[in-house]
Design a protein around this ligand. Structure first.
Ligand code: PMP
Length: 283
């Protein structure tokens, strides 16, 4: 049976109790992270938990224990649940209190929960993504990994209803990112992606990609792309914790390149893969 983290305790699923007055439930008042597990080891856990605590600080929420303790607790959850390939999800809400918008008073502490998910053995590699462009109607603090994901949910649903796997978000014709991913176009050997700002989440996978690019001598322009230009890109890919680097074959029904992963994308995918943890059993 899977165990869950509930504040500072490890409990079974029937022992997880969340109040109906939890501010995550009422307001989406909280932050979260997803950390990928490869071969039993969490990948870039320090970066993810660093971002969790930064997000918490940006919404003026103080977590009851520190980053190192959080990582140790999540590592224990991964080990106890026997996760080999999968991920761990952790979230922290501002706590449970009667419903008023302003912060609750003294004595209300954040509620932290985490669970793991194991992926099926021999899951087939994800198909190249098909994107649908959608208006980015989110708030102006997309740098915070907030639980408040309604605009992302609406955009992803719009993409799914169009037979696509992800939404390509744009603000007035300027591409920002995906509903749950960062976006990259390749033109004449140069990668284009939105700069880190309040308009995007500074993806941990994006950071690893930037490091790979530096090591490979791969030119990158951190400048926003115009939506009208993406259809003419030679290659396109997205990045996220759960998908790593995923090639994009189509945007709004228009084929990108020849519809197959291009050489820049493939080189980056190989470089990314070389950074993944060795399976724990063979270390
Ligand atoms: N942007 C958004 C809006 C996301 O939800 C995600 C997924 N967490 C990303 C980008 C990719 O970030 P990461 O590589 O850290 O998963």
């Amino acid at each position: 049976m899977s165990m869950y983290l509930m504040n500072d305790r490890f409990v079974k699923d029937d022992e997880v109790t969340i109040s109906i007055e939890d501010r995550g439930y009422y307001f989406g008042d909280g932050v979260y992270e997803v950390i990928r597990v490869y071969g039993g080891a969490m990948f870039t856990a320090e970066e993810h938990i660093g971002r969790l605590y930064e997000s918490a600080e940006k919404i003026r929420m103080e977590l009851p224990y520190g980053e190192e303790e959080m990582i140790a607790k999540l590592a224990r959850l991964v080990a106890d649940n026997g996760v080999k390939e999968g991920h761990v999800y952790v979230q922290a809400t501002r706590g449970a209190a009667p419903r008023v918008h302003q912060f609750p008073g003294e004595g209300i502490t954040p509620v932290i929960t985490a669970y793991t998910k194991s992926y099926p053995d021999h899951a087939p590699a994800a198909e190249p993504a098909k994107l649908k462009s959608a208006a980015d109607i989110r708030w102006l603090r997309c740098d915070i990994k907030s639980l408040n994901l309604l605009a992302n949910v609406m955009a992803k649903q719009e993409a799914f209803e169009a037979g696509c796997t992800e939404a390509l978000l744009h603000r007035d014709g300027t591409v920002t990112e995906g509903s749950s991913s960062n976006m990259f176009g390749v033109k004449d050997g140069v990668i284009h992606t939105h700069p880190v700002s309040n308009f995007i989440l500074n993806g941990i996978t994006r950071r690893v990609i930037m490091q790979c690019c530096e090591e490979l001598g791969q030119p990158v322009k951190e400048e926003p792309m115009a939506l009208e230009d993406v259809y003419e890109m030679d290659e396109f890919f997205l990045s996220s914790t759960t998908n790593g680097i995923l090639p994009v074959s189509e945007i709004d029904g228009r084929k990108i390149g020849d519809g197959h992963p291009g050489p820049v994308t493939e080189r980056l995918m190989a470089a990314f893969e070389s950074k993944l943890p060795e399976p724990i059993a063979t270390r």
